[in-house]
Ligand binder design. Structure first.
Ligand SMILES: [Fe+2]
Ligand SMILES: [Fe+2]
Length: 280
């Protein structure tokens, strides 16, 4: 695999006239990705703290540089998604209380009580989830008809998740390569991630009074089943992660996909690159 990790700032304006359901005709996917946007900053701050805590243990300079590039990308993702919170606030969504509880009640507690090997295992699995979500959304062009401003935000993030998808897994191999560690992290992460994500998306739909509406359940069935096939695909990707010979680089076609998205965006707005800070 030819790995290339470049941290780009997302500089495009996210003006307040973006509709609350920015994927026309699909309030379910709009709400799922709005929930994703709410969860990204605390999630990614946890990844960054975890990787920083590993740095003193790393003897491999290449892996250390890859971790630093990963951190630069994730830091920008947090900044960009938090900028979109301004739209969610203007639309009247109540979510900041839940977000604070998730950050303080889960991630900050994890920092204090979970051993580093477990935290790295959690990050490794959630990074696999981020990468395959990006892969599915991009290969299936699920956001093709979305408001272009939110589509660009999401697709930029998905593409960068694909770029750095192998870093946390390789870090886990360096810190604690035992299979039970991977398995424990995968079980905990999958339960936590999908519970939080689905719960928050349901809360946004409930605030829009869209839960008890036939079209919402049709959209959900389309997303999980016959349309985007996300239930079966998600189980398949999670199953891959548990295979003994798994490595994130095996996600076939992902690098070309990410490069194509980023090249298309760069053709419209030249990317603003975050430089590596020289070590002192
Ligand atoms: Fe990210
Ligand atoms: Fe990531």
């Amino acid at each position: 695999m030819e790995e290339s990790i470049t941290a780009r700032r997302f500089t495009a304006p996210l003006s307040l006239d973006i509709p609350r359901h920015w994927l026309p005709g699909n309030e379910v996917v709009s709400s799922l990705l709005n929930a994703y946007t709410i969860l990204v900053p605390a999630n990614e701050a946890f990844y960054i703290r975890t990787l920083n805590a590993c740095m003193p243990r790393l003897r491999d300079d290449v892996l250390r540089q890859r971790c630093q590039a990963f951190i630069r990308q994730e830091a920008q993702h947090g900044v960009a998604h938090k900028r979109y919170w301004g739209n969610l606030d203007a639309q009247g969504y109540a979510y900041r209380g839940i977000e604070r509880v998730v950050d303080r009640g889960i991630f900050r507690v994890m920092d204090r009580v979970a051993p580093l090997w477990l935290r790295v295992s959690l990050v490794s699995c959630v990074e696999h989830i981020n990468a395959f979500l990006g892969f599915e959304f991009l290969t299936q062009s699920i956001l093709a008809h979305a408001d272009p401003r939110v589509r660009d935000l999401m697709e930029w993030h998905f593409a960068e998740e694909i770029e750095h998808r192998a870093v946390a897994f390789d870090l886990l191999q360096a810190i604690s390569p035992r299979y039970p560690v991977r398995l424990l992290g995968a079980v905990m992460t999958s339960l936590l991630f999908y519970l939080l994500w689905a719960g928050l998306a349901a809360s946004l739909l409930a605030q829009d009074r869209l839960v008890w509406r036939r079209a919402t359940w049709r959209q959900l069935a389309h997303h999980l089943g016959a349309g985007h096939d996300m239930a079966r695909r998600t189980l398949g990707h999670l199953g891959q992660y548990l295979r003994a010979g798994f490595h994130p680089c095996h996600l076939s076609g992902a690098d070309v996909l990410a490069a194509t998205v980023l090249a298309r965006q760069a053709a419209t707005v030249p990317p603003s690159i975050v430089p590596a800070t020289p070590r002192t």
